[in-house]
Design a protein around this ligand. Structure first.
Ligand code: FES
Length: 83
């Protein structure tokens, strides 16, 4: 569960039966995004070294809040929750 993460940790989690990406920041706030890449829909993977969501298909990268860091994706990830 997202709440089980320790500060600074990210993981693919299950939120209401859907795959989602959660990251708990240093202040204990959990940022949850839809891990479906906004380019062509591949499932993103957590990159613990850089704290980013990376796409295995064509290399798009997103921040923990879902903003695009690197294309080809142009649209940010859907934000599911922040708590
Ligand atoms: Fe993610 Fe193309 S589907 S970069």
């Amino acid at each position: 569960k997202p709440e089980d993460l320790v500060n600074g940790e990210g993981a693919v989690v299950n939120v209401n039966g859907k795959r989602a990406g959660a990251y708990k920041d240093e202040d204990g706030v959990v940022h949850i995004v839809d891990t479906t890449c906004t380019h062509l829909g591949c499932e993103l993977e957590w990159n613990s070294g850089d704290c980013t969501w990376d796409c295995p298909c064509h290399g798009s990268r997103f921040s923990i809040k879902g903003d695009v860091i690197e294309g080809p994706a142009e649209k940010p990830l859907k934000r599911i929750d922040e708590r």
